[in-house]
Design a protein around this ligand. Structure first.
Ligand code: PLP
Length: 448
């Protein structure tokens, strides 16, 4: 019996007590080992207890742990901002630090709004987003989040924002090639801008590669470019929520680089601090920031933003990604892991789809692969399979959501340092968990 806990998060369920973590592995206080197959919540991108980061944090701690951003500039803050600017699209020279993803998204929409007001476009305030999507849990970010169970209880407290469907052709059963599919979903954005009245639309926000909400959804051909053109045509700002997809996990620092599309504003977090310190950033084009700063400043900020300890950690994380060529590893091992996950479809007829980019990967369980009918809710697959994997010593991340329709998907996103041997371990443990799930659910598995 565990002692009573005075902590609470989402539910009453309890978890093992963490003792230590190194590389891709974590151990609980009973000595059980887990392979961190989802990098926590797609956070621990360079693995746990990285010596370079620990040393950088220790050195910074001995100098100063906090310097309020309105009282002091700090060396790690300046160096990290310069590095992030260098990794961002051209013209994005300024970085606004925050302590997490929701704060980064809040900062993005508030900068967009303040820019519009400053340049005499005060009629623009609507931020169009996609359904499903996840942009954070604070009220501003939640208003953009396309997932009813999370957002609905709070609707009376928020300003409702327009939503368009995320490009999930694999579910919508469209009989079009990839290019036509991209055009089809992008056209929905333009139609919605026109319906709302372009003079009222401030921005469009999207996750370039979907996170937990869609399970690593990759946009169809031409979609990203068409979205950029539509935004430009209507004077609508394009915000990329790279909180999960940014930081190198997809094989590029910003996932949108895969499509050569530059947004106006970017939100990053998660893998940026990589679990070593609460850290995030909003990066925007100078064209937006300069008028706001010239007009008196950005009316927004958080107390812990840009603290030297978090910045020192973030800087060491980026150095580790560079020196270890971890983005290259994410691309290479990601392709291998994706192929291995796709192979599992032969044995398990209830895996309906495997998707993603680099090491931002997911698979979806279905009742029927042809129709992509979801599994019956009663199977509670998104909880059950995670528990079975946990028993094996593998951590994966799951969600049940397809917007309005239920569906179970699972993110397999190990740290970017993962090796081929560890991919074998992941697949072995996952297969054992899937075998047990199949027995429990009464599904046949194909034997080779
Ligand atoms: N945006 C995306 C795409 C996310 O995946 C998340 C978190 O999962 C957030 C925003 C919110 O980040 P945080 O939980 O750090 O506030």
């Amino acid at each position: 019996m565990k002692p009573k806990s005075h902590l609470f998060y989402q539910t009453r369920s309890r978890r093992p007590v963490l003792a230590e973590a190194r590389g891709v592995y974590m151990w609980d206080v009973d000595g059980k080992r887990y392979l961190d197959g989802s990098s926590g919540a797609m956070v621990s991108n360079i693995g746990h207890s990285n010596p370079r980061v620990l040393e950088a944090m220790r050195r910074q701690m001995e100098k100063s742990t906090f310097g309020y951003r309105l009282h002091f500039e700090t060396e790690p803050g300046e160096r990290l901002a310069a590095k992030v600017a260098a990794l961002s699209p051209e013209g994005m020279e300024k970085v606004f630090f925050v302590s997490g993803g929701s704060e980064a998204v809040e900062s993005a929409i508030k900068l967009a709004r303040q820019y519009a007001v400053t340049v005499g476009q005060g009629s623009r305030w609507k931020v169009i987003s996609r359904n499903p999507s996840y942009h954070g849990s604070t009220l501003g970010a939640l208003a953009l989040t396309g997932y009813a169970p999370l957002a609905d209880p709070f609707l009376p407290m928020m300003q409702a924002m327009p939503k368009i469907p995320a490009p999930r052709a694999y579910l919508d059963g469209l009989d079009m090639d990839d290019q036509a599919t991209g055009a089809h979903y992008a056209a929905m954005l333009e139609a919605r801008i026109i319906e709302e009245g372009p003079e009222t639309v401030l921005a469009f926000i999207q996750e370039p590669v979907g996170g937990a909400s869609t399970g690593a959804l990759v946009p169809p051909a031409g979609y990203m470019q068409a979205v950029r053109e539509i935004c430009d045509r209507h004077g609508v700002l394009l915000i990329h929520d790279e909180v999960m997809s940014g930081g190198g996990r997809t094989g590029k620092f910003m996932a949108a680089e895969h499509w050569g599309v530059d947004p106006d504003i970017i939100a990053i977090s998660k893998g940026f601090g990589a679990g070593y310190a609460p850290l995030g950033a909003m990066i925007a084009h100078d064209r937006l920031i300069d008028p706001v700063l010239d007009a008196g400043g950005f009316q927004h900020g958080h107390t812990y933003a840009g603290n030297p300890l978090a910045c020192a950690a973030g800087l060491a994380v980026l150095e580790e990604i560079e020196s270890g060529e971890l983005m290259g590893n994410a691309a290479r091992i990601g392709a291998l892991l994706k192929a291995r996950l796709a192979n599992l479809m032969q044995r398990y007829g209830f895996i309906g789809d495997v998707r993603g980019e680099g090491l931002l990967l997911a698979f979806e369980l279905v009742a029927d692969r042809q129709t992509m009918q979801p599994l019956p809710k009663e199977l509670n697959a998104y909880v059950e399979l995670v528990e079975l994997a946990y028993e094996q010593g593998l951590i994966i991340y799951s969600r049940r959501t397809r917007g309005g329709i239920d569906g179970d998907h699972f993110l397999v996103c190990p740290p970017m340092i993962v090796t081929e041997g560890q991919v074998d371990e992941i697949i072995d443990m996952l297969s054992a968990a899937l075998d047990k799930f199949a027995v429990r659910a009464g599904f046949a598995v194909a034997t080779a």
